[in-house]
Design a protein around this ligand. Structure first.
Ligand code: AMP
Length: 489
């Protein structure tokens, strides 16, 4: 199978946009799905975000809509022809921005509607007429009820991240939306897994779909050092501080399993003096976009988030990922830690194992990534016998740094600087010039000497840290369970 875009016979405006994006060859999902979608067949695709899935459905869809392209200002000449449904606001925005880039040399209009934002500007855009409408289900229903969106001329519907939509409980909304669409249409369904629920959904709404499965990447990059530490819930925050300081980490994703846990942890870390933002479903749209933007600019050190809020976001190359909770789905573990250790850079993935179900969840991860996981004991600094290491005074308790630690940190910082310098050239070929979500992650432009916020916080209040009610400094934390061999990377 050829992987060059030039073999697709894309219309010139689309081919030009693709060339401008710097895409050299098709990704596997693109190579398989684009020719099928171009024929107008239904597709059931197993592919995750990050595989180039958006272009896989939107390029052929735009190509087929070109016959409707016109420059008339009349809204009647621009009915909704394609509907793309996604589970979260961030994903909807990200996909809409990509579609805008692919369609930029055509007269096809696109728009995005999602909740948490004023309906008025969305209404005005819908009333002007759009051919491609990207939406989250709830807000789309609001617009349908307000008669802002008329869907009787829809020819294509894309159910993207369908498994997540079902997880969130969007099935009734989806069923209602699909009932407004013409029966004669092409339906494309993308999902990370083909669970029985997804198969039922496909059975009800797809006709003779072509199944496309790209080899799922369950592999974790060898550049990511994975550590699992046995830490009980009360000590996890302390453990996080400790690993951050020990590794001189300046920015990290911190994953938790629940919205409530996310909000609580972010507040607590903020209280500890770290620049922290939370990303979860209960945050307003504005807060979520601001949090992401601040993290990308390096104004925020820790982005504490849930899987649903963070899934698919195009933020990569973060120095470290923490799993405060072991994810319920082993696949989410692969997603989470895939945000670090990209492009040959070394990354750190630290998971805290402490919940009652964690042994089972870790075993599932072990099976998925096909690597033995050893749960290590995390020795807290306060536990170290005084006089053995630095006279018992750790780096963050001193005015100056421990020279060995400082040299190690400097070495790491130099590596990171080198990586930072290399990154723009590597990305120039592959990444779009998306103004927001598709901006590649850039490490903050901190001076190499700048201490991470947690060091400053620790220096500022070492006593408070030691006597925090959440911290039991004298306690050694034992491994919850043992495995024969260490993680093989
Ligand atoms: P997606 O899975 O659609 O969210 O795409 C993930 C990232 O891959 C986005 O930043 C896209 O711009 C980028 N991308 C998509 N297709 C290609 C391609 N053929 N070559 C290089 N980058 C791509």
């Amino acid at each position: 199978m050829t992987t060059s875009f030039s073999h697709l016979s894309l219309a010139e405006p689309l081919a030009r946009a693709v060339a401008e994006m710097g895409y050299e060859s098709m990704t596997p999902i693109q190579a398989q799905a684009i020719p099928v979608v171009l024929t107008g067949k239904d597709v059931m695709g197993a592919a995750q975000t990050g595989t180039g899935k958006t272009a896989a459905f939107s390029l052929p869809l735009l190509q087929r809509l070109l016959k409707h392209e016109n420059s008339s200002t009349s809204p009647a000449r621009h009915p909704v022809r394609a509907l793309v449904l996604l589970p979260t606001r961030e994903l909807a925005d990200q996909v809409a921005q990509q579609i805008k880039l692919y369609a930029k040399y055509t007269n096809l209009r696109s728009a995005v509607v999602f909740g948490g934002m004023d309906m008025k500007p969305q209404t005005a855009e819908l009333k002007r007429g759009v051919e491609v409408l990207v939406a989250t289900p709830g807000r789309l229903l609001d617009h349908i009820e307000a008669k802002n969106a008329v869907l009787n001329q829809v020819e294509y519907v894309v159910l993207d991240e369908a498994d997540r939509m079902l997880d969130i409980g969007f099935l009734p909304d989806l069923q209602r939306i699909l009932s407004y669409l013409p029966k004669q249409r092409t339906t494309l369904l993308f999902s990370a897994t083909f669970s029985p629920e997804i198969k039922r959904l496909a059975g009800s709404y797809l006709q003779d779909p072509v199944t496309i499965e790209v080899a799922r990447s369950n592999a974790t990059a060898s550049t990511v050092a994975q550590h699992f530490y046995g830490v009980n819930d009360d000590n996890k925050r302390h453990a996080l501080h400790q690993v951050l300081r020990r590794h001189g980490i300046k920015q990290a994703f911190v994953f938790v399993n629940s919205k409530l846990g996310c909000a609580r942890l972010a507040r607590a870390l903020d209280h500890d003096g770290l620049k922290t933002a939370a990303l979860h479903g209960d945050k307003s749209q504005d807060e979520r976009l601001k949090a992401l933007d601040a993290f990308k600019k390096g104004e925020v050190d820790l982005l504490v988030c849930t899987d649903v809020a963070a899934r698919g976001l195009d933020i990569k190359d973060v120095p470290a990922v923490f799993n405060m909770d072991i994810p319920f789905n082993a696949e989410d573990y692969v997603h989470r830690i895939g945000r670090t250790g990209r492009a040959g850079a070394s990354g750190l993935a630290v998971s805290f194992v402490g919940g009652s179900n964690d042994a089972r969840l870790v075993a599932e991860i072990e099976k998925l990534i096909n690597k033995k996981i050893e749960v290590e004991a995390l020795e807290f600094d306060e536990d170290r016998p005084r006089g053995r290491i630095n006279d018992g005074r750790r780096m963050y308790n001193r005015e100056g740094q421990d020279p060995r630690q400082a040299a190690e940190n400097q070495g790491r910082e130099r590596d990171r600087e080198r990586e930072r310098d290399r990154r723009p050239q590597q990305r120039a070929h592959g990444a779009p010039r998306d103004p927001f979500f598709d901006q590649p992650y850039q490490a903050p432009s901190l001076s190499p000497d700048a201490a991470p916020a947690w060091e400053a916080a620790a220096k500022a209040a070492p006593a408070a840290r030691a006597i925090s009610s959440n911290i039991k400094p004298k306690r050694k934390v034992a491994a919850l369970f043992k495995a024969a061999q260490p993680v093989v990377s």
